[in-house]
Design a protein around this ligand. Structure first.
Ligand code: 5GP
Ligand code: ZN
Length: 130
């Protein structure tokens, strides 16, 4: 179905960090920082928006537990938890996954920057999205 399904079914090897009946966590093949881990549901779901609540709830529990464990084991100063939904958002593998990215210093290879775009009328935005 997809490359992560192949990993889940042991058709492609991976370094398994954690596994239960619903979730698999593996080391990302391209370690942005040491300990960069991907956490995914075993069932094929394209992204978080399409995921059923029960799977999502368990997945986020595992993400949190592993983030705590990885920070403790690596001694990282901080952790980014990232989930890309859709190509424009940077999703390259269309199987839901969270990135756990330990952060060691300002020169880490991971950069996440929030810039302000044009000014928005916040009441209008609220009316739009609520
Ligand atoms: P995305 O850009 O979809 O959020 O992240 C996909 C991630 O999957 C990338 O960080 C990429 O390095 C990782 N990845 C792609 N193919 C493989 C693979 O075959 N094995 C592992 N372990 N990671 C992979
Ligand atoms: Zn899949």
């Amino acid at each position: 179905m997809c490359i992560f399904c192949d990993i889940i079914h042991h058709e492609i090897p991976s370094k398994v960090v954690y596994e239960d009946d619903q979730v698999l966590a593996i080391l990302d093949i391209a370690q942005v920082t040491k300990g960069h881990t991907l956490v995914m549901p075993k069932k094929h779901v394209e992204n978080l928006l399409e995921c059923d609540d029960e799977t999502a709830a368990h997945l986020i529990q595992v993400v949190k537990k592993l983030a705590v464990q990885i920070q403790a084991r690596t001694g990282a100063a901080a952790i980014n938890i990232l989930n890309n939904n859709g190509e424009l958002a940077g999703q390259t593998v269309k199987h839901l996954h969270f990135h756990i990215i330990p952060r060691y210093n300002e020169n880490d290879a991971f950069v996440c920057e929030f810039k302000e775009s044009e000014k928005q009328d916040l009441d209008e935005v609220l009316a739009l999205i609520q």
